[in-house]
Design a protein around this ligand. Structure first.
Ligand code: ATP
Ligand code: MG
Length: 267
């Protein structure tokens, strides 16, 4: 059953001429892990803003559980592309605040849970550092731990592992799968990534976006059973085929866009 639904959604930011998103229709099922890939500037973060209820659509309809999305809510945890931690709070306090705000835990319990979450993302010895004292990848891991603290039914994640090094990235991907599986009650995840291998490892379906204004070019079903084993996955001929298909879709679209721009400029 579709939990999140976008119907002919368009978004033009105030003062902009060109829409960031146009004619975007997409359904995300309850318990589904949907990955979105697409060229830079195609409207992926804008779509997260729309689903989060932070940016109103210019036209079209967005619903969650058949109710229009009009504002942010505790039912959606967002991991932003720029981490968005509170700079005046330590890593630990950022997570305690999320637990407290969402009513999940307070006082000593919140502090203990926050420590566990930081440990899960490999940052237990950095709990008293402020965001400005952490590397980009570490900030991103705190932001992920904070999102996990919210334990929301829907996760909107904007390149959550983009700044994380390869080793931590692999363990965070597996952590995300654990979070997604929950206690048998699967979360619904909308994951923006520029990494095709990440999308193929994690997702049930992959939505390939066109260059801006963003809309869905193709939905790809990822056929591999779970649990997936990276080592075997990358050797599966279907994996290689799908990877090539996505790459060529993206390349063709980018080339077509470039030709249009060049043609328009009379080159
Ligand atoms: N707050 C904003 N105000 C005005 N224009 C914006 C705003 N945010 C994004 N845009 C514009 O909307 C378009 C889509 O941007 P968006 O950030 O959604 O792309 P993206 O697919 O997330 O790109 P990337 O992969 O680089 O993160 C771009 O042309 C961008 O300049
Ligand atoms: Mg973005």
């Amino acid at each position: 059953m579709a939990l999140l639904n976008l119907e002919s959604v368009a978004l033009t930011y105030p003062g902009d001429e060109r829409p960031a998103v146009e004619n975007l229709s997409l359904s995300i099922n309850q318990g589904e892990l949907l990955a979105v890939v697409g060229p830079s500037g195609c409207g992926k973060s804008s779509t997260i803003g729309l689903l989060a209820g932070l940016t109103p659509a210019t036209s079209g309809l967005l619903t969650l559980n058949d109710s229009p999305i009009l504002a942010p809510g505790p039912d959606r945890a967002v991991v932003f592309q720029d981490y968005s931690l509170f700079p005046w709070m330590t890593a630990l306090d950022n997570i305690i605040f999320a637990l407290d705000e969402s009513g999940r835990a307070t006082g000593k319990t919140a502090s203990e849970q926050a420590k566990k979450l930081l440990d899960m993302v490999g940052l237990s010895s950095y709990s008293h550092k402020y965001p400005s004292e952490l590397s980009g990848g570490m900030r991103q891991r705190v932001a992920i731990a904070r999102a996990f603290a919210l334990d929301a039914p829907v996760y909107l994640m904007d390149e959550p592992f983009g700044a994380v090094d390869a080793k931590n990235r692999v363990s965070l991907q597996d952590l995300l799968l654990k979070l997604w599986a929950g206690d048998g009650n699967k979360k619904t995840v909308f994951l923006v990534t520029h990494d095709i291998d990440e999308a193929l490892y994690l997702a049930d379906r992959i939505a390939v976006f066109t260059p801006g204004p963003g809309r869905v070019l193709k939905i790809i079903d990822v056929p591999f059973p779970r649990p997936r084993r990276r080592f075997f996955l990358v050797q599966d001929p279907r994996y290689i085929e799908l990877r090539n298909e996505i790459l060529s879709l993206l390349q063709k679209e980018i080339l077509a866009e470039l030709q249009q721009v060049e043609g328009g400029a009379g080159i």
